[in-house]
Design a binder for this molecule. Structure first.
Ligand SMILES: Cc1ncc(C[n+]2csc(CCOP(=O)(O)OP(=O)(O)O)c2C)c(N)n1
Length: 351
């Protein structure tokens, strides 16, 4: 007797060799980034953030997707984020409480209140905070990845650069040097449509950022930066190539900066319907959730549990540090000069 087979529909295979658990982990980093930035915005409006607040709203997908392709852990790959790559730092192991302390310039923060936003390092975990000078992290990362090659270490570096930063001379010197030296370096070029208030047509005369670097003999591709899995897949390929000794790889990610340059910027130069369109039709987290649900790669419950866990984590981290003290004035000079280690208290009034 012929047995009756029940037709089963399998969900489509997950791309890039990822497992379901990894998709959920990627989702968690996306949600963590957005929720943490929303909390920072609330703290900024209460005047608790010292300095500017730089949002990555709408760009979380490329920051998280690219970083997720690295080998993470102690003394593995090294990533150099920009201020809009908070998500990448979280993927590398930075903790939300450190980010909150740093933005609020707390004495117990990573730079003890000396520097702002995400300008801090953990070289063992493999993230190297930027300096503000646009373009300069390209030659720095060229140097770091050159040491990997010279020592025969199978390690890769990844560095981000904005569409504005790519106009800086340091970018061109650095990427040319890295190409000539065949450094194991992946460069993520963020075409987010704005450099402060400067649009692409006033920044460069080619259509794609990738076109600008091909002249240096660098392999270059353009991907949809708000498609998290496409960014992950392109970066995974570039990282494997770099690790195999094939040199620099440039990935242009097309995305959109949905907030001003920083929270103080009212974006008067941006058409409101353009912002609405990117928010409604091209949000990287919404698109990722849609993929997860459409292909049955995650249950609704998995996602709502992650959302609740992230909210609780950010609440706890905020409560733990929001009332911590700022650094005492006399802590400003120690560490600046080797000798004397701490300067005499001469120039500020006693409190
Ligand atoms: C060499 C240099 N020039 C100017 C600045 C001031 N500045 C800081 S951020 C910025 C715009 C950066 O735009 P982009 O590189 O596209 O990155 P985005 O802010 O869009 O992420 C400018 C002009 C700087 N920090 N360094």
């Amino acid at each position: 007797m012929a047995s009756r087979t029940v037709p089963t529909t399998q969900p489509p295979a997950i791309p890039a060799g990822l497992a379901r658990e990894q998709l959920l982990e990627i989702y968690r980093y996306l949600r963590l980034t957005r929720t943490l930035e929303e909390r920072l915005t609330a703290l900024y409006r209460q005047s608790k953030v010292i300095g500017g607040l730089f949002r990555s709203l709408g760009q979380e997908g490329e920051a998280v997707g690219a970083a997720y392709a690295l080998e993470r852990g102690r003394n593995r790959d090294v990533l150099s984020p920009l201020t809009r790559n908070l998500g990448a730092m979280l993927v590398m192991g930075a903790q939300p409480i450190e980010i909150l302390r740093q933005y609020m310039a707390k004495a117990g923060g990573p730079t003890q209140g000396r520097d702002m936003n995400i300008h801090f390092n953990d070289l063992e975990l493999g993230y190297l905070g930027q300096i503000s000078h646009l373009g300069d992290m390209i030659p720095v990362m060229a140097g770091i990845t050159l040491t990997f090659r010279m020592r025969g270490e199978p390690r890769v570096g990844l560095v981000y650069i904005g569409d504005g930063g790519m106009s800086a001379g340091a970018f061109h010197e650095g990427i040319n040097f890295a190409a000539v030296q065949r450094c194991p370096l992946v460069v993520i070029g963020e075409y987010n449509h704005w450099a402060y208030s400067t649009p692409p047509r006033k920044q460069f005369a080619v259509e794609h950022l990738a076109d600008r670097v091909k002249g240096y003999g660098v392999a270059a591709v353009t991907v949809d930066g708000n498609d998290v899995l496409a960014v992950y897949e392109a970066t995974q390929h570039a990282v494997a190539r770099a690790r195999a000794g094939q040199g620099v790889h440039f990935i242009e990610v097309k995305t959109y900066r949905r907030k001003g340059h920083a929270e103080h910027d009212d974006q008067h130069y941006v058409a409101a319907d353009e912002l609405d369109r990117w928010a409604k039709e091209n949000d990287p987290i919404d698109r990722f959730v849609k993929q997860l649900r459409q292909h049955d790669w995650a249950d609704e419950r998995d996602l709502t549990d992650i959302d609740a866990g992230v909210r609780a984590e950010i609440d706890q981290a905020t409560d733990a540090c929001v009332n911590e003290p700022l650094p005492p004035p006399e802590s400003a000079l120690p560490g600046v000069y080797a000798s004397p280690a701490a300067a005499a208290r001469l120039w500020f009034r006693s409190l």
